[in-house]
Structure formats: C-alpha cells, structure tokens
Design a protein around this ligand. Structure first.
Ligand SMILES: *[C@@H]1O[C@H](CO)[C@@H](O)[C@H](O)[C@H]1NC(C)=O
Ligand SMILES: *[C@@H]1O[C@H](CO)[C@@H](O)[C@H](O)[C@H]1NC(C)=O
Ligand SMILES: *[C@@H]1O[C@H](CO)[C@@H](O)[C@H](O)[C@H]1NC(C)=O
Length: 451
C-alpha cells in the first residue's frame, strides 16, 4: 500500500498538496498502483491451470499510455480464464462510506469479455479463487457483442447475487477509464466513470435485496358500485325516425333480365341484390364521457408482511480480498490503480492524478505539444526527442501506424488470408480491415517494436 504521489508536474503537485491537507482523514483499506513488488501482494490462482486454460498476466503500461513507467496488469493470452487476488486487513463498512475504484483499459477492442473486479469476504483460499468463489461485490464493465455493454454492480445479500436493475452503459473504446462504486451508510450508492456520476439511487429501489416494502392488498375487491366505464352511450341521443326501415340490401339497379329468360320455365326474374350504402347497421347511441367514471380500479397497497427492514442492508462485515476473475476471448485488458477507501474525495484525487493526468492534453498543453510535434517533424527529430506522452495521442499514433502497416501488407498476403478466413469474417479483400488473427498479431508486434 502506498500513499506517495508520484507527481512530476509542479502546479499539479501544489494542487495535490492542498487537497492532501483536506483529505488527511481518508482511510485507505487497499491501494495498488502495480509498482514493482506487486507480485508479492497478489496471488495467482491455480484455477483452470490443470486444463491449461489459466491465462498469464503481463506487468506493463500497455502498447499506448500516458506514462510508460506507470504499469498495471494486463491479460496476455486469448481464450483464457484469469483469476488473481490480493488480501488486505479485514474490515467492515458499517457506518462508513465504501469506495471501490480501479482503472481498466481494453487495448484489444474487446468484443466479448469482462473488465470487472470483485470484493470478497471471510476466508478465501486464494490459490483456489475462481468463478465459483463466493464474493460480496462485483463491479465493473462487461462487454459481449452488441447487446451487452454495461457496468455490472452485483451485491451479494443473504447468499444470493443481486444484479442492479438499472442500466449503466460502460465505455467501449481502447483507452483507460476509471470505474468507481460508492456505497453509503444511508443505503444510497453512486456509480462513476472517469469521475462523472453515471447512476445513483438507493439499495432499496435499484436492487431486489429485500422483498418489496408494500404489496397490493390480496384481500381487496373492486366495490360493486365502482364505475370503471370511461365512455357510456349518450342518453340524449335518439334513434332517427325510420332508421330501422332502411334495408340492408337493394336490388341492383344495373341488373337486367337476361334476353332468354322464360318466366314460365324459369320463374319470375328477380334482380340480384347489392349492399345498401345507406344502411349503417343496428342503431347505437353515440358515446360520451361517463360523468361517474372513477378510473381503473387498483388494489390498495398495504405493508408487505414479509418485508423486514434491515438497517445494515449496505454492510459487508468482513471484507478481506480484492480479486479479478475473468474469461477473455481476446486478451489485452489492463487493470491499474485499485483503491478501496472510505473517502470519495480521496478516490477522486487519485483518479485525477493517474488517469486524469494522462488521458488527454489540456488546451494549453496541446498548443505546446502540437507546436513541438510540428518542429520535430519539420526538422526530422522524431527519433531523437522524447517528449510529453499522452495516452490518447499515443493510441492514435499506434492506430495510424497499424493502418499504414496493414495497407502495406494487405496486397501481399490477402490471397493466403482469404482461404483461412471464417465465413463470417470473410470480407472484401481490398478492405484494409480484413485480416486473419495471425496477420493481425504480427502487425501488432510490429507496432510495439516501433513504440
Ligand atoms: C507485455 O506487454 C508489452 C506491451 O504491450 C508487450 O510488448 C509484450 O510483448 C507483452 N508481453 C507478453 C508476454 O505478452
Ligand atoms: C434469505 O434466503 C432464504 C433462502 O433463499 C429465504 O428463505 C429468506 O427469507 C431470506 N432472508 C431474507 C432476509 O431475505
Ligand atoms: C469491396 O470494396 C470496394 C472498395 O471499398 C468496393 O468498391 C466493392 O464494391 C467492395 N466489394 C464487395 C464485394 O463488397
């Protein structure tokens, strides 16, 4: 656990010093920046090892980043299970705010896989930690295909996992994002992404942890005289005289008796009938609003006899471990800056100081940055000068290089690729995006080498 801020920017350092003064009361239960030595704090589980399906973690800052020295742990093998956990001194969040925060970056353009973490309670055999290990809280992004792109917030209550009932969309790009879950003693919660609140509410309404407080009275019956007809026939409306005499059908005026009709032999000729356009069916009074309408009857709500409030609904009395347990089709998810604290302000500062510092260039810095870049490119100093690196810019450069590589490579290996492609991946061979997995990997290697 480190409380030290690694700050290289003088004005940021001043700001953080200032804010440190106001956050000295923060209690940090766990904080992991994945500096060297992280391997002593985290235990890799043997789960799925004997089936050769346990994936390896890579201690890295990734292919693009805002600070090459700021490493996290990244899933590094496709089609693998990942399970790793760390222990901290057991605590209860009773009467405290609980903040659980971490950053995650899906460098692999995740199409199906999780990026969530778990808090576990009690005693867990970390070597056996896996998909079946009971947990207390599971929180973070989950992506699968087009339909699942959400932030999970699962709370375990009375040995049952309860999913949040509200939809919280997650980030889907290939950059770092900070996910924060805040649980307060008044049984309210907030979910933040990149320090912006995306969802908030109450444990009572947004999860089905307890039976509902009120139910429809099963004894109640609709009163006999309850008038629930919204419209009634107008008593003033009268049937016009002669209405019932209008025939339904008329003899067809166009019809003519056939030339060869013989009344003696064929009987008297009668013309065929047609529908009478004046006939409007049986008379009905027009409808008017019912002055006695009382609305649809609803059973009154009564207190649910099965509801028993639990003032400790938000309490997890023996939190002790934090873990990552995932299945990944395509690897490349990088976790960093895991934090468990009682202070949302401290968490916010940490996010700003890590993700916030590297995510993007402020306008001021971008002027300097692009000025420098122009000078460097102009004078061809690119390989000699190392300048301010920013994750987003690094990512865009990596993407640009990748696209260039691909358009260079494509005409050469497109024929070979095409035969190997699955039916659903088969594409247009002039399309720069289409490539086999193998082709893509070698191109990506090329990109790291150049970075
Ligand atoms: C670890 O990540 C770095 C940066 O993306 C990459 O160059 C390296 O090949 C990775 N190592 C493994 C074993 O995946
Ligand atoms: C806990 O779960 C059991 C079994 O599902 C159930 O019978 C019981 O009512 C639950 N208790 C509460 C407080 O929800
Ligand atoms: C392939 O792509 C080219 C250029 O993008 C386009 O003109 C052509 O119609 C595409 N062919 C197929 C089969 O999609």
């Amino acid at each position: 656990m480190t409380m030290a801020f690694r700050v290289r920017n003088p004005d940021l350092r001043f700001l953080i010093l200032l804010s440190l003064l106001s956050i000295t009361s923060a209690k940090v239960f766990f904080e992991e920046r994945f500096d060297d030595g992280w391997g002593n704090r985290w235990v890799k589980s043997d789960w799925k090892k004997d089936e050769n399906l346990a994936g390896e973690w890579n201690h890295t800052s990734g292919q693009w980043n805002g600070d090459a020295n700021d490493k996290g742990i990244q899933t590094s093998e496709d089609y693998r299970f990942y399970a790793i956990s760390a222990q901290y001194p057991e605590f209860s969040n009773k009467d405290k705010t609980l903040v659980f925060q971490f950053s995650v970056k899906h460098e692999q353009k995740l199409d199906c896989g999780g990026g969530y973490m778990k808090l576990l309670s009690g005693d867990v055999d970390q070597k056996k930690f896996g998909g079946d290990t009971p947990y207390s809280i599971m929180f973070g992004p989950d992506i699968c295909g087009y339909s699942t792109k959400k932030v999970h917030a699962i709370l375990t209550y009375n040995d049952t996992n309860h999913l949040i009932k509200k939809d919280v969309p997650c980030e889907t790009d290939q950059l770092t994002h900070v996910y924060t879950f805040i649980l307060r003693p008044d049984a309210t919660y907030s979910i933040l992404i990149d320090n912006v609140e995306k969802q908030t509410g109450s444990l009572y309404s947004d999860w089905d942890l307890l039976p509902p407080k009120t139910i429809k009275d099963p004894e109640a019956k609709k009163p006999e005289d309850w008038d629930d007809k919204e419209f009634i026939p107008d008593p003033e409306d009268k049937k016009p005289e002669g209405y019932d005499d209008i025939p339904k059908e008329l003899p067809d005026p166009e019809a003519k008796k056939p030339e060869d009709w013989d009344d003696e032999e064929d009987g008297e000729w009668t013309p065929p009938t047609i529908a009478n356009p004046d006939y409007k069916g049986p008379w009905k009074a027009k409808k008017i609003k019912n002055p006695n309408y009382k609305g649809k009857w609803k059973a009154p709500l009564i207190d649910n006899p099965d509801f028993k409030d639990d003032p400790d609904l938000y309490v997890f009395p023996n939190l002790k471990y934090v873990g990552i347990e995932l299945w990944q089709v395509k690897s490349g998810t990088l976790f960093d800056n895991v934090l468990i604290t009682d202070d949302p302000e401290y968490a916010k500062q940490l996010a700003e100081e890590t993700w916030g510092k590297h995510k993007d260039v402020s306008f001021f810095y971008s002027l300097i940055f692009f000025g420098l870049r122009y000078a460097i490119e102009r004078y061809d100093l690119l390989n000699e000068i190392v300048f301010l690196q920013v994750e987003k810019t690094a990512f865009e450069e990596a993407e640009k290089k990748r696209e260039e590589e691909e358009s260079k490579d494509d005409p050469v290996d497109s024929d070979a690729d095409e035969e190997e492609e699955d039916a659903d991946e088969a594409g247009n061979d002039s399309d720069a995006e289409s490539k086999t997995e193998a082709g893509e990997d070698t191109k990506e290697e090329g990109v790291h080498d150049e970075l």
